[in-house]
Design a protein around this ligand. Sequence first.
Ligand code: AMP
Ligand code: MG
Length: 245
Amino acid sequence: MHGTRERAYECLHITDVDRDRSAIARAGAVLRTAGLVALPTETVYGLGADALDDTAVRRIFAAKGRPADNPLIVHLATIDELDRVASSITPLARSLAEQFWPGPLTIVVDASATLPSVTTGGLATVAVRVPDHDVARAVIDASGVPIAAPSANRSGRPSPTTADHVAADLGDDIDLLIDGGPTGLGVESTVVDARGGIPVVYREGALSREVLGTVRLDDAPSAPSPGTRYRHYAPACTVEIVQAE
Ligand code: AMP
Ligand code: MG
């Protein structure tokens, strides 16, 4: 953080969901009242808000400087909440969710009409997953709502894998930072469209596509995953790629 400057947000250390129950309840309450909460997942730190509250979701876009047509991934505590955000769930979506959740697989399905269009970037579909992280699931459960959460970095910058990264990048814009230690994977989730008969990979990520069986790759320039159009993962320093040999 920046010298002696006062911190504008609350910080909670949560590593043990049984022991840290009051902190989890607090985080849930902040989310329920349109707050912005940075939280650890198994991939990277997410910037979470109530996915059903368009004012809260707009704050995510403002904090990140994220283009409005780049939709957010909605995070659930359990697979049972899928029909709160989806209008129809194909057999493929159901089977992928059962096989890979909790985990780093994001599944695109038809969106429920109750989801604000700001969450889905104006699309009729929604991207959704259950994170494989006890703290994330406990906080989502405590909030009682589905949580929209892109990575907790300014748009275009690398994704944060520690609470310190989040503080440095977004400290001025969040209400609460949950420090749950470094994230395990450090890479975003794999995004697949499951509305048809086979998964269409929109974005490669932490779940390798080999384990999904037969897939179709969608890497056309007009790719329907809007986020892949934008500049990503740009560090603030020179990067040198060194060959192993
Ligand atoms: P992130 O910014 O890491 O949270 O990435 C979310 C990714 O999921 C971006 O590439 C989004 O464009 C993509 N995504 C989210 N919702 C949808 C959707 N409904 N259809 C296609 N891609 C989506
Ligand atoms: Mg991101």
